[in-house]
Ligand binder design. Structure first.
Ligand code: SAM
Length: 219
């Protein structure tokens, strides 16, 4: 990752971590450190840098968004990433979530439905000095069998139900985090695969753009 000398947003990033993330109960030190390191202002469109560390999502073009910092932190904590884990992200968007996962030591496969958005993710990751994410254009509701099985799968768009192919591509002991429910509001769920059995836990209401695809919503 590029370490920015005299980074003008360092103080804002620290305030984001303390006031929006740690203050709301995120306590995994590795997640907090990753959020401190990744320059989020390089993952928003030109002209929005000043808003990059605020407590809400931002538009990234093509009707899509970069998620609220707290939600990125919460989903990352729930994913319980260890260095060397293979992680599939469905919905590359800006590339920011992928950058956080790489900073935690994961090998990241990030799949994006909209080719222009995938290009934005690649460009943002390159600018931030994080070139080693596998960005793939495709329907992430089908997963990405070439990289399976995954210790972690994170879905960053709202699904009517957890897509079956993603559960199939989860490794033994693997975790899957996704917003699941209606088109307007969803609940954040965490699935864990143990001995072939799936346990499911809910973590409250969230709002995401729709997951569009064969095992998602119609476009
Ligand atoms: N994780 C992203 C970030 O860090 O900026 C935010 C993702 S944005 C909230 C959701 C993304 O999911 C959009 O870019 C959208 O195009 C993508 N998406 C929706 N349906 C998809 C699908 N079936 N496969 C892959 N990507 C999909």
């Amino acid at each position: 990752m590029i370490v920015l000398a005299g980074d003008p947003y360092e103080k804002e990033r620290e305030a984001m971590v303390e006031n929006q993330i740690a203050a709301r109960g995120i306590c995994d030190r590795n997640v907090l450190d990753a959020m401190r390191k990744v320059p989020r202002h390089l993952f928003v469109p030109a002209g929005f840098e000043g808003a990059a560390y605020r407590d809400h999502p931002l538009p990234i073009g093509h009707g899509q968004t970069i998620s609220q910092p707290y939600i990125v932190a919460l989903m990352t904590e729930l994913l319980s990433v260890s260095p060397g884990d293979r992680v599939l992200e469905v919905g590359a968007g800006s590339g920011y979530q992928a950058a956080i996962l790489v900073t935690l030591g994961a090998e990241v496969f990030s799949i994006e439905r909209i080719p222009e958005v995938a290009r934005i993710a690649e460009e943002n990751l390159r600018r931030a000095g994080i070139p080693d994410v596998h960005v793939i254009v495709g329907d992430g509701t089908l997963g990405y069998p070439k990289g399976a099985p995954y210790q972690g799968i994170i879905v960053t768009a709202a699904a009517p139900a957890v897509p079956g192919p993603l559960v199939d591509q989860l490794a033994e002991g693997g975790r899957l985090v996704a917003p699941v429910g209606g088109r307007d509001v969803q609940e954040l769920v965490r699935l864990e695969k143990r001995g072939g059995e799936i346990t499911r836990t809910s973590y409250g209401g969230v709002v995401f753009v729709p997951l569009v695809g064969e095992h998602g919503w119609e476009g």
